[in-house]
Design a protein around this ligand. Structure first.
Ligand code: ZN
Length: 126
């Protein structure tokens, strides 16, 4: 991989990290807001009863669930940036082969080549 290519991926990862950082703080705010504090808000098509503690608790669970996913993605992006610093970016962590450009263009934080990713995903699904 050339220096110019690395720089391009680095720029994309940094932009993604910034984007995720902003989203993350929004969700954090959402998750930390006291339950039932904002009765009668938007979302008119969702049957939410603010007085029902179970429903409020469910909303909180959904917010926290989202936060975990965003945080995981942020970890992937941060790790990819670390791999750029270490000079191992673009190599599969499993087999050591170069990850294809197509894959890196779609997922600049890809940790594994497509073959290993599929194998790992299949193993996790069992
Ligand atoms: Zn691999």
């Amino acid at each position: 991989m050339t220096e110019a290519e690395i720089r391009t991926y680095r720029r994309r990862l940094l932009a993604l990290k910034k984007q995720l950082g902003v989203k993350l703080s929004d969700l954090e705010e959402e998750a930390l807001r006291p339950v039932g504090g904002e009765a009668g808000g938007g979302l008119s098509d969702v049957p939410v009863h603010p007085a029902d503690p179970a429903a409020a608790e469910y909303d909180e669970q959904v917010s926290i669930g989202l936060l975990e996913t965003e945080a995981e993605l942020l970890t992937e992006v941060t790790d990819a940036l670390a791999r750029i610093e270490q000079g191992t970016f673009g190599r599969c962590e499993e087999c050591g082969q170069e990850i294809s450009r197509e894959r890196l263009n779609a997922l600049p934080y890809a940790r594994y080549c497509l073959r290993c990713a599929r194998r790992i995903q299949a193993a996790a699904g069992n």
